[in-house]
Design a binder for this molecule. Structure first.
Ligand SMILES: [Zn+2]
Length: 61
């Protein structure tokens, strides 16, 4: 039997959480991962910049 291959990148990926924030302009949901939280993002629908640091997580209480 051979040892199963491990991909370090995949292992770290499993620790990421995803966030969904709605576009302030058109309301389209945009999903990012936790390692992208500090990066600039734009709405896929209308191109409006979305500030995820100002985003409130829905369903989190
Ligand atoms: Zn939008």
């Amino acid at each position: 039997m051979s040892t199963p291959q491990h991909c370090p990148g995949f292992e770290s990926f499993r620790n990421l959480k995803s966030f969904v924030c709605k576009c302030p302009k058109c309301g389209a949901p945009k999903e990012i991962f936790s390692d992208e939280f500090q990066k600039p993002h734009k709405c896929d629908s209308c191109g409006e910049p979305i500030d995820f640091t100002q985003c409130k997580l829905e369903g989190a209480s």
